[in-house]
Design a protein around this ligand. Structure first.
Ligand code: G
Ligand code: MN
Length: 384
């Protein structure tokens, strides 16, 4: 079958006799083979052109097989890599799996096993390419790269392509712009929405990188902000990042114009000294908002700890408010209480004029949602 498909294999082994023997086996099976006499040469060849499969010895001087695998994954998430070794070790096997090696073969490798592995590898590679195409074409899929370097590559691309969308928060009765909320966006197809970016970053222990990138971007947009304030979502872990409290960091320079949103969901995760941290942020000039209020968490700790300046009602509470008197009662009571405590209330996810009017009737004047504007790169104008 390989005489037709002519799959290209990169074969790396620092033992010349073995390299020749394996290459011959593969050519007989119909593969086109390029030979690399060590890891360095293999890394160079792999960088120069695309292979259908890479087969490599593990124990090589300089760049060994696992390092080669890591370098290859930095550029290419899909190409199957088969590693071979004469000295199997649990440690290297684990790293091989972590970096997405397809197989880990013990030398001497039987011809049938080698060719069989490569036949399978070529098909899996085609499948991987098709899946990635499907993901790009049809978005949303929950598909995510499973291996660590793959995820790392995705996250790096997401960080590179990261941009902020802005959505207005309006005062309806005054017909004025109250603020914009900054929302994380990327063009990385494997991490298509903020939640998947944050989940990936969390798995990799790199939430700090995302938080810092977001804050830097928002800071650079503030001079052009066509409103007094900007709302910025914090991940609860961001509260543990020293750079958030750094007086010289770009966002702190404009802290007076920034409202930091902390989601109510996260309050349960219990960041140590949260009170102290919040009070440090206030001292720097930031205001604090509770995000997603009413979305599932019933406790009072969030209020007690945050004493927020702004409370954002979750869209689950807001949507269809005109149809449910219970929702209106809740919103009305919350809004009244917040006013007594000197807190502003923003209703999120307002999509229809009926919802808007119901909210106004409940005393809630600050509104955000598709009815007024969708989040967009250039500060979108409001459809009054
Ligand atoms: O968790 P947080 O409240 O920060 O999330 C806001 C999210 O809600 C954003 O991703 C934004 O795109 C989305 N959003 C904003 N306005 C509306 C709306 O009117 N309807 C819906 N369904 N989503 C909205
Ligand atoms: Mn928010």
């Amino acid at each position: 079958m390989h005489s037709e498909c002519k799959a290209r294999v990169l074969m790396a082994d620092d033992e010349p006799a073995l390299l020749r023997a394996y290459a011959r086996m593969l050519r007989q099976a119909g593969y086109t083979v390029e030979e690399a006499v060590d890891g360095k040469m293999a890394a160079r060849l792999a960088g120069e052109s695309d292979f259908d499969v890479i087969v490599s010895d593990i124990d090589m001087p300089g760049i060994n097989g696992v390092e080669l695998l890591r370098q290859v994954r930095g550029r290419n998430l899909d190409v199957p890599v088969v590693l071979m070794t004469g000295q199997p070790a649990v440690e290297t096997a684990i790293r091989a799996v972590e970096y997405g090696a397809l197989r880990y073969l013990i030398k001497p490798v039987d011809e049938k096993v080698l060719v069989g592995s490569l036949d399978r590898a070529v098909r899996l590679h085609q499948m991987a390419k098709l899946k990635r195409q499907a993901l790009v074409l049809y978005g949303k899929s929950a598909e995510q790269p499973g291996d660590r370097v793959g995820l790392e590559t995705s996250l790096n691309r997401a960080l590179k392509s990261l941009w902020m969308a802005y959505q207005p928060v309006v005062s309806w009765t005054g017909k004025t712009l109250f603020a914009f909320e900054a929302l994380l966006r990327t063009t990385e197809p494997t991490l298509p929405d903020p939640v998947s970016v944050l989940t990936a970053a969390q798995r990799l222990g790199r939430l700090e990188d995302v938080g810092r990138a977001v804050r830097a971007q928002v800071a650079s947009a503030v001079p052009n902000l066509p409103a007094e304030s900007v709302f910025v979502n914090l991940h609860i872990q961001d509260l543990l990042d020293d750079s958030l409290y750094d007086r010289s960091s770009p966002l702190t320079q404009v802290a007076e114009r920034v409202v930091l949103e902390i989601t109510e969901h996260a309050m349960l995760d219990g960041v140590k000294d949260i009170r102290q941290r919040i009070s440090n942020l206030r001292a720097l000039g930031f205001r604090i908002a509770i995000d997603d209020l009413g979305a599932g968490y019933a406790g009072l700790t969030s209020f007690a700890h945050l004493e927020p300046d702004v409370v954002k009602l979750d869209m689950s509470l807001v949507q269809n408010a005109h149809r449910h008197s219970t929702k209106r009662k809740l919103i009305g009571s919350m809004t009244a209480l917040c006013r007594e405590m000197d807190m502003r209330v923003v209703a999120e996810g307002v999509e229809t004029p009926e919802e808007r009017d119901a909210l106004i009737e409940c005393g809630c004047d600050l509104l955000q949602g598709y009815l007024f504007a969708r989040p967009d790169k250039a500060f979108p104008s409001v459809a009054w």
